[in-house]
Design a protein around this ligand. Structure first.
Ligand code: DAH
Length: 361
């Protein structure tokens, strides 16, 4: 091999040796073996040589070409495994690090929404549907149709927010309870009726256990044979499931609501001796809801014949049972929109309450 060719080879091999990454190596390959590469150019000169010269140069150049491409591919393998090694080192993952909070992990469901979902799951399991109605009501639906006589003191007890009187003399109000939805439902639906009505209600009142807007859960069952025994069973099932206890003693005390006759107030058994209240055990009682048999006048004002149909109803303060169940002392915090409070008392959005998987996990 001529000295010139030897030097040519030595240079190329040195370059290959010195290449530090695959991009540089590829540049060398193109520069030598590519269409216009230095070796390719030399191969082109073979045609112009004498046969004797060609006999020597042909195998020399071909041999060199083979050698260089072997060297390049060996070097390429070396570089790519070195690159992989470096990447594995730099992308090392520490599997013991805590995971990043994704939105579905960081977000929280408000306790009111949680309790509404819990209550809905329990009553849906008993065959109840959900009904809703307007929050801006007329005096008729909020009071008159519910058998509150004109001028009756019970109207005053509701601390109603009234709107300004309109020109035609009508004065709308913010509903003071969810009971008007009983009337809307009975007007629009044939019995049998089995509904719960979760919703916002409004009264002019504010302290640690009262806010001007609060939530109620109304229940209504109307058919030909609904009776107080049914009412007691439904409420007992509800309380056991909601407070997640196997037994719940309840006390039904006579009371008064214009829209029910007889009317009852319900206390549940509780133990207040420790730091927190425990339900379903102990010697104490706590009032939890109002209920009764739907008054014949209420059925009548909704277009149902009380000689044919009878029903029972109840009303529960959702905020109150949320406070009781989850030990939240001040109702006003519910509406402060303080994210620290919410991340403490809130619920994980993908833990949906069901009777089979658990109402509150
Ligand atoms: N509407 C009542 C209130 O706001 C609660 C209530 C009591 C609802 C008895 C009822 C019931 O349906 O039967 O104080």
């Amino acid at each position: 091999m001529s000295d010139d060719l030897k030097q040519f080879e030595a240079e190329i091999l040195a370059n290959i040796e010195a290449a530090t990454d695959e991009v540089a190596l590829e540049a060398i390959r193109v520069g030598v073996l590519g269409k216009k590469g230095t070796l390719s150019e030399r191969m082109k000169t073979l045609g112009k040589m004498t046969p004797e010269e060609r006999q020597v140069m042909g195998p020399a150049l071909n041999g060199l070409k083979q050698k260089i491409s072997d060297e390049i591919s060996t070097k390429s393998k070396l570089l790519s495994s070195a690159a992989l090694e470096a990447r594995l080192k730099s992308e090392k993952v520490d599997v013991t690090l805590p995971t990043q909070a994704t939105p579905e992990n960081a977000g929280r469901v408000h306790p009111i929404s949680q309790v509404i979902d819990e209550v809905t799951a329990i009553f849906a399991d008993m065959g109840f549907a959900i009904a809703e109605g307007p929050e801006v009501e007329t005096d008729y639906y909020n009071f008159t149709a519910l058998n509150f006589p004109e001028g009756h003191p019970a109207r005053e007890m509701h601390d109603t927010f009234f709107f300004n009187e309109k020109e035609d003399g009508e004065r709308k109000l913010l509903r003071t309870h969810t009971s008007p939805v009983q009337i809307h439902t009975m007007e629009n639906q044939e019995p049998p009726i089995r509904i719960i009505i979760p919703g916002k209600t409004y009264r002019c009142d504010s302290d640690a256990t009262h806010t001007p807007m609060f939530h109620q859960l109304e229940g209504l069952v109307v058919d030909k044979a609904a009776n107080i025994a049914n009412l007691k069973w439904v409420l007992e099932e509800f309380c056991k499931n909601f407070f997640e206890v196997p037994h719940m003693n309840m006390r039904f005390r006579p009371s008064f609501f214009p829209f029910t006759e007889p009317s009852l107030e319900v206390d549940i058994q509780c133990d207040r001796s420790g730091n927190e209240v425990k339900f379903g055990e102990g010697n104490d009682w706590m009032e939890i809801l109002g209920c009764g048999m739907v008054h014949p006048n209420v059925l009548r004002s909704s277009g149902l014949d009380p000689e044919v149909y009878q029903g029972f109803a109840w009303g529960i303060g959702i905020d109150r049972i949320a406070m009781l169940k989850y030990g939240m002392p001040d109702l006003r915090a519910f509406f402060d929109a303080d994210s620290r409070w919410l991340s403490h008392y809130g619920f994980r959005p993908l833990d949906i309450p069901t009777l089979f998987a658990g109402i509150s996990q």
